[in-house]
Design a protein around this ligand. Structure first.
Ligand SMILES: Cc1ncc(C[n+]2csc(CCOP(=O)(O)OP(=O)(O)O)c2C)c(N)n1
Length: 279
């Protein structure tokens, strides 16, 4: 039996190694003690990070890392809450949760390990797979159009929308720090090479297409410009598409104004009067 935490089981060359390093670095740079973090891991190769980390956390299934993280944040909003999830989990299985977390501006940093495949299940198409791609589940080429998560987030009230490239660890780490400090919903869609189940979208494939938003004169305060950048097909922009400051969900709940829910005194509730209302 190996000592805990276990050594990573990811394949050689997997982008998850870089994201793992960037996450730990990004957390450390916030200066917030690590015991103040709670990380919610989804199913898949991305979520297997649960076995290799020593932060507080919870390993969930099929997109449910998102609502579970919301529950934890509302129970104890003193925590910094992070979700580690694949593109299949976030944009497919948990797609409706994803949409509603953005609408609520829940103060959660969502790291989507976007390898454009369901990789743990050995490379089936995911919502971000390009139309026409041959995978194990689409031997004649996928029929559906690919989802555009950045455009979806920009148009659906997300208050922090970023895309980064996994192998650029230092840049990703500082974006993660920024997302954690944002104080509202933060999406970081991370382009993650998967050399085994998606060898076409290799690090070099990405490098030929990436442009940095800051080199394009982009202002992250401009929603319309963020939309235009998110819809580009000539290049693949990385960086901060959009950020705005708005109250987070827990800041708008009257009962949570004074104290986190877990610190509220537990009082004996007399159910008699309450039950009378149902007679
Ligand atoms: C009920 C159930 N349905 C389906 C699966 C298979 N399954 C395991 S991981 C996964 C999705 C992983 O894809 P993604 O979220 O993109 O993460 P990745 O593995 O690529 O990091 C699926 C569908 C399962 N384990 N249980």
């Amino acid at each position: 039996m190996p000592d805990y935490p276990f050594a990573p089981t990811w394949c050689p060359g997997c982008g998850n190694f870089a994201i793992w390093a960037a996450l730990k670095n990004g957390i450390a740079t916030t200066g917030v003690p690590s015991e103040k973090f709670a990380i919610f891991y989804d199913v898949g190769c991305a979520g297997d990070m649960a076995d290799f980390n020593t932060y507080y956390g919870f390993h969930t299934l099929h997109g449910r890392a998102l609502p579970t993280a919301v529950g934890a944040k509302l129970a104890n909003h003193d925590l910094k809450v992070i979700v580690v999830i694949g593109d299949g989990g976030c944009y497919g299985e948990g797609g409706t949760h994803f949409i509603n977390l953005m609408r609520g501006n829940h103060d959660i940093t969502v790291l989507v390990h976007n390898n454009h495949r369901y990789s743990l299940t050995t490379g089936q198409m995911s919502p971000t797979t390009e139309k026409g791609t041959k995978t194990k589940s689409t031997p004649e080429g996928s029929i559906e159009e690919a989802q555009n998560p950045i455009a979806l987030a920009v148009s659906n009230h997300a208050t922090f929308v970023a895309r980064e490239f996994a192998p650029d660890i230092a840049r990703l780490a500082s974006r993660i720090t920024q997302g954690i400090k944002h104080g509202g919903f933060a999406l970081i869609d991370i382009l993650q090479p998967c050399p085994i189940f998606n060898p076409v979208q290799s690090p070099n494939w990405y490098r030929e297409r990436l442009v940095k938003l800051e080199d394009e004169g982009h202002s992250s305060e401009n929603l319309e410009a963020a939309w235009k950048q998110s819809m580009r097909t000539d290049k693949l922009p990385i960086g901060l598409f959009f950020q705005e400051s708005k109250p987070a969900y827990h800041e708008q709940v009257t009962e949570l104004q004074d104290l986190p829910l877990v610190k509220h005194p537990i009082e004996t509730v007399n159910l008699t009067n309450l039950l009378k209302e149902f007679k």
